[in-house]
Design a protein. Structure first.
Lengths: 357, 562
């Protein structure tokens, strides 16, 4: 047996296996630029949410300090770098505190919709039957509703007209959840239906594995590979829905939490009278956050697809010739690949040659 | 004789996620007009990349070096494919060189008629009126052997059979009368009887149309049947180039010798089968069979009130303890369906199927589950039969864990190591992930998994058809060894008569869901009774040009007799 000559394959380092870090190392050129820019912006967003109490010069509901009231609609100055609003709040502080509200909405919305959507998708996809058909029809029907209308209805149901921090956040997150469950459901269901027909699921069945074992051990872990992408793209929409709710007057009271949509709403009349700072900065904050998340999501999406993934050109006649399976029993060198490098229907050998099947 | 294409010092490198990879290294080849050059090699040897370079079809990630000089039929135009402009490349494709793809069902666009697709090529090269183009298309369809071309020109691809689709793809390649046709595995996706017809057609391309052909294949039988000259590629270089008779009679390179030795021949297994039969105990025939089918029927339900499709009908077969039954048939003959029914993956709809004394017709999964520990299953594609997120050891340990022989994969590790050793994989491979193993290694791990519970019955569904020929030989050898050691009964499903012959005690031939012939290897392969078996046997190309020429004659006689 030729196995004696097997060379050990080094275990892939941790930094190559972490989801985003792996993609970062893999990317080149413009795609890398996009990803890096998105990640940097996202980091700024998250840091300012965490350190809002330290970064913001004033509280989000603060209208006066030791020196007296701030005054309303003050232009930017040293005390108030972004000016003050018509309600007499400091714009900079509210922009910074607003990140906390935004991040809360994202987390709650994504968590809720992911758990419900994935569970239902797995069940419907694997077992099929009438449950599957009913769920598909119901979720298709939800697509027909404008998401903002749903959000407004939910915010009335949840908060009953009052709008403190949690009622506002839950209203926005709940509305987003209802709209996004179908997306997670569809993706997971489609993946499950595909994986159900894969030979490894059948082989588990042939071995006599129970349904729960097949679903959790084999289907679930393989079906969730695309989730990070949907999560990033949905997060940006969550922020937009939140802002739209606030803008329409279903937002959070300024005394309960800082919310960009609410500030934009109040800034409407300012714009016509030449007061630009009350609308510009909350608006920029929304654009900045959505752009950050979208950049990360889109570049992850591109990198996940080998046809869209950019690569450096190689020099003429560069590289090693790939080992083919001539040693009886197959090539003795195993490949690196890794989970992310594994595309359907192809494998990578030692030198990364794509072996199509 | 003039040179149609001259490849000089061609080198191709790809940029991949793991850095630069060289696929072709300093290859020089030339093809004369009216000649068939076969490029053979295993997957990854660079044969397809070489062929695609001739048409300038390499992806953007490729970097090329050297020259590919293509001359048109009249010898009036020469172009170096590697350096020409895109405009010129478009002119050359179709008129000077054309391609025949591997999978005819994906090479044709399903939403256009075949006539439209043939005329598309004509209209792209020069000013042809619609009537002219149509007349030409009808003419070419007739010449490649499509009956009633005037009518069938307006049919869509799905209205043709697989073999006819490949004829249409060849017609598309021929319609502009190119001097060179590149055929990339043109018969790999086809059944063996259809393969023989397509090979005949390609031979006519050379003889009647005078086209030179570059034939890419891994099947030495196809090479012996069609090629004039052979280039053997290995790891990106041409290791041997000779005319077909010299190559098969006296191969020079070590690699070629190994490759030829690994090709299974019909008739090699009969001796072994006779030995096994002689060694059986005398009361063997009285033992209760492991699998017994009587009038087995399997019908797939139709959609929305349409009648179902009967995949298997009226099949009787018996597998006794410790016996290997080879099940042979073409795609759609129902051989896989029978294997799946025995494993409880497909419902039996009629007749009787007894597996390990359990009646499968109407059995409930709950009652069958305990029996599963006594049945092993090896799947066709080793790439997809392992969960990519589990290590090999975890995969192999799964049956042990499911049936309570071990608490978790770690507790089963000692047994897993034994099993891996039994299939001749080093123990350390247990810690690897499936994609880190080659196809042959994975198929061996698959064998280890199916044998983990020491089953009485092993169902092997085309276990070697996804593997290269040298790997296939090794896996088949291992299968025979394990069968001797463990003594399991087995249903060995394959489309390849030569493979079945190597491992099976008895051979059963399926045709359209019915068992047409059954018997020992000597009976079925030596003197087949059923006309279908005869045709199947005669269609199988043998890797010997002289013998293959004789067989071709015989097949022609058989066809005329029909």
């Amino acid at each position: 047996m030729t196995a004696a000559s097997v060379t050990a394959v080094p275990k892939r380092r941790l930094r190559d296996r972490l989801p985003v870090v792996h993609q970062l190392r893999q990317s080149v050129g413009l795609q890398r630029g996009m990803l890096v820019a998105g990640l940097v912006m996202l980091t700024i967003f998250i840091l300012s949410a965490i350190f809002a109490p330290l970064l913001a010069p004033y509280g989000f509901a603060q209208r006066k300090n030791d020196a007296g009231a701030f005054g309303t609609q003050q232009p930017p100055s040293l005390e108030h770098p972004f000016g003050t609003t018509v309600g007499g709040y400091d714009v900079l502080s509210r922009v910074i505190w607003g990140t906390q509200t935004a991040i809360l909405v994202i987390i709650i919305a994504v968590l809720l919709s992911i758990f419900i959507g994935v569970a239902l998708g797995l069940y419907a996809g694997y077992f099929g039957g009438w449950v599957d058909r009913v769920l598909v029809v119901v979720f298709d029907a939800i697509y027909a509703f404008p998401s903002l209308l749903l959000a407004i209805v939910l915010s009335i149901v949840i908060s009953g007209g009052q709008s403190n921090l949690w009622a506002g956040v839950l209203a926005a997150a709940g509305a987003i959840t209802v709209v996004y469950i179908p997306q997670y459901f569809r993706v997971i269901r489609a993946e499950t239906v595909r994986i159900k027909a894969e030979a490894y699921v059948e082989s588990a069945k042939v071995l006599g594995a129970s349904n729960s074992r097949v679903v959790f051990k084999h289907v679930f872990r393989n079906a969730t590979r695309t989730l990070p992408l949907i999560i990033t793209l949905n997060s940006s929409e969550a922020i937009l829905t939140m802002a739209a709710l606030g803008f329409l007057g279903f937002g959070i009271e300024p005394t309960a939490a800082a919310e960009w949509g609410y500030d934009l709403n109040k800034a409407q009349s300012d714009v016509t009278s030449g007061i630009w700072w009350t609308a510009l900065f909350p608006g920029l904050a929304i654009v900045f956050t959505v752009l950050a998340i979208t950049l990360v999501g889109e570049s992850l999406n591109d990198l996940a697809d080998p046809r869209l993934r950019g690569r450096r050109r190689v020099a003429q006649a560069a590289g090693e010739v790939a080992q083919t399976s001539v040693v009886p029993g197959g090539a003795l060198y195993a490949g690196p690949g890794g989970l992310a490098g594994l595309e359907d229907g192809e494998t990578f050998d030692e030198h990364g040659i794509e072996v199509k099947r | 004789m003039s040179t149609v294409v001259d490849i000089r010092n061609l080198g191709v490198s790809f940029s991949t996620d793991a850095g630069a990879v060289k696929a072709v290294d300093d290859v020089s080849l030339s093809v004369q007009s009216g000649e068939v050059l076969a490029i053979v090699g295993e997957s990854g040897s660079g044969k397809t990349v070489t062929a695609k370079t001739i048409l300038g079809l390499l992806p953007e990630t490729a970097t090329t070096r050297g020259a590919v000089i293509l001359t048109n039929r009249e010898g009036t135009r020469e172009s170096d494919i590697i350096t020409v402009s895109k405009q010129r490349l478009r002119e050359v494709r179709g008129t000077d060189v054309a391609m025949v793809f591997q999978e005819p069902s994906t090479a044709l666009n399903p939403v256009y008629t075949v006539g439209w697709q043939i005329m598309e090529g004509l209209r792209a090269h020069g000013d042809v009126s619609k009537q002219e183009a149509r007349a030409k298309a009808i003419d070419i369809l007739g010449r490649v052997g499509i009956p009633d071309p005037e009518e069938r020109i307006d049919h869509y691809p799905h209205q043709f059979s697989g073999g006819q689709k490949q004829r249409i793809v060849i017609a598309m390649a021929l319609v502009l009368n190119p001097g060179l046709i590149v055929a990339d595995e043109p018969t790999t996706a086809l059944d063996v009887t259809v393969q023989a017809e397509i090979l005949d057609l390609l031979r006519r391309c050379r003889d009647e149309f005078g086209s030179a052909i570059v034939l890419i294949t891994h099947n030495m039988g196809v090479v012996a049947d069609l090629a004039d000259r052979v280039a053997v590629m290995y790891q990106g270089v041409v290791v041997e180039e000779a005319d077909v008779h010299t190559l098969f009679a006296s191969p020079q390179a070590d690699y070629t010798k190994k490759l030829l030795a690994a090709v299974p021949y019909v008739g090699h297994g009969t001796v072994k089968a006779a030995e096994r039969a002689a060694a059986r105990p005398t009361n063997w025939l009285e033992q209760p069979p492991v699998v017994e089918a009587k009038g087995l029927e399997i019908t797939y339900p139709g959609r929305f009130g349409r009648p179902g499709f009967q995949a298997v009908g009226g099949v009787d077969l018996v597998i006794r303890p410790g016996e290997v039954l080879g099940l042979v048939g073409e795609s759609g003959s129902g051989k896989t369906t029978i294997g799946r029914a025995i494993a409880g993956l497909t419902k039996v709809t009629g007749g009787s199927l007894k597996v390990l004394d359990a009646e499968m017709n109407g059995i409930r999964e709950r009652n069958f589950r305990p029996l599963r520990s006594r049945i092993g299953f090896v799947f066709q594609d080793p790439a997809s039969s392992f969960n990519p997120l589990l290590t090999i050891a975890e995969c192999v340990a799964e049956p042990l864990v499911i049936h309570g022989r071990a608490k978790d994969p770690r507790a089963a590790r000692a047994r897993v190591d034994e099993l891996l050793e039994a299939v001749q994989l080093p123990k350390a491979y247990g810690d690897r992930y499936p994609h880190e193993l080659s196809g042959g290694q994975r198929q061996r791990a698959s064998l280890a998994r199916s044998l983990a519970l020491e089953p009485e019955l092993l169902i092997a569904d085309e276990p070697t058809s996804a593997l290269d020929v040298s790997v296939q030989a090794r896996v088949l050898e291992l299968f025979a060894e394990l069968q001797r050691e463990f003594g399991f009964a087995s249903l060995f499903i394959s489309h390849d008569l030569a493979v079945v012959d190597l491992v099976a005690d008895r051979i059963a031939v399926l045709y359209h869901g019915r068992l047409v012939e059954e018997g020992t290897g000597i009976e079925v392969l030596g003197s087949p009774v059923d006309p279908y078996t005869q045709r199947l046997l005669a269609s199988l190309p043998v890797p010997d040009p002289a013998a293959q020429a004789e067989r071709r004659e015989e097949l022609r006689r058989l066809r005329e007799a029909d």
